[in-house]
Design a protein around this ligand. Sequence first.
Ligand SMILES: *Cc1c(COP(=O)(O)O)cnc(C)c1O
Length: 387
Amino acid sequence: MSTTPHPGTARASAEIDLAALRANVRALRARVAPGGAQVMGVVKADAYGHGAVPCARAALEAGATWLGTATPYEALALRAAGIDAPLLCWLWTPGGPWRAAIDADVDVTVSGLWALDEVTEAARAAGRPARVQLKADTGLGRNGCLPADWPRLVSEALTAQAEGLVRVTGLWSHFACADEPGHPSIAEQLARFQDMLEHAEKAGVRPEVRHMANSPATLTLPGSYFDLVRAGVAMYGISPSPELGTPADYGLRPVMRLSARVASVKQAPAGLGISYGHHYVTDRETNLALVPVGYADGVPRQASGRGPVLLGGAVRTVAGRIAMDQFVLDLGADTVDPGARAVLFGPGDDGEPTAEDWARAAGTIAYEIVTRIGQRVPRVYVGETDA
Ligand SMILES: *Cc1c(COP(=O)(O)O)cnc(C)c1O
């Protein structure tokens, strides 16, 4: 990784507002706590590009009681940073670091018998029980144990528990269409989860936590809270989908602001082709600003000719192709000085576009826009303490 320059002179930076993140966690807690549910801050994929360790700490400060990651290595990295809160990871492959997870007191997810076999073997070697959460596939059709295989998984997990090799600490599932309120799969999944819970509890499982809700369910479906909600994108102040409304509709505020400093400005004649493929040609004498970020930084090439950027008091549209490291804005009669700050997205209250605007321009979802911001862009943390 390149040396991180001083934030003030950096080519580009992603400013991460930890005060906003904490406020978002408090807003989510206020929504679920009256029903007795806790909040898990999901910090997988480097906290959706925001930085896992600082975001995990901020989430805990604001009252999240659990953390969640996809891979075990993401979970172990949090432990290595000294974070000792309850922590669940869910995306395992054969031969994964079961022993390290047990030693680090990380809850592991088991979706099938192969994983139960591997974790019990690791627990035997560790000489202590693994904390295991069983995952049900109630209709996402991805990871998780299907209803037909559930009785056997539950019974073998209870056998391993009786032998002192595991403790079944959780039962959980994940929605397919929670971002489409009223989608028939939502009620079906909830009913199936209730059945699978009932089966496990009748068989003798006494979970510490039962959970199903992601951000869209947390924002729209109080009947899905159980003991814990797993909130990812909402914690970063992004609405799970434009159809659900804006972040502000839910009392949330975007946490990331991505900006870059203009590398050069030049006066150009009419008829100049801009960037690879000449998909944009100046139609008059004009001023061009070079913005030194590109798809290597996570700015989606798909948004070529469409991505919005606030520069010099106006929102401009990317002129021509977004290249690996740079793109061009056509300022017309306006101009800026080199070094001026171009804001690609942020909370939106200074007139800058939002990650949602970029998602629309790139034909994707805002989750992907923030998560893909590359390692070459330094994260600059602000709001580390409440003022
Ligand atoms: C990513 C993820 C979440 C968080 O989803 P959001 O929609 O970002 O809240 C919750 N649970 C699981 C299993 C996930 O993979």
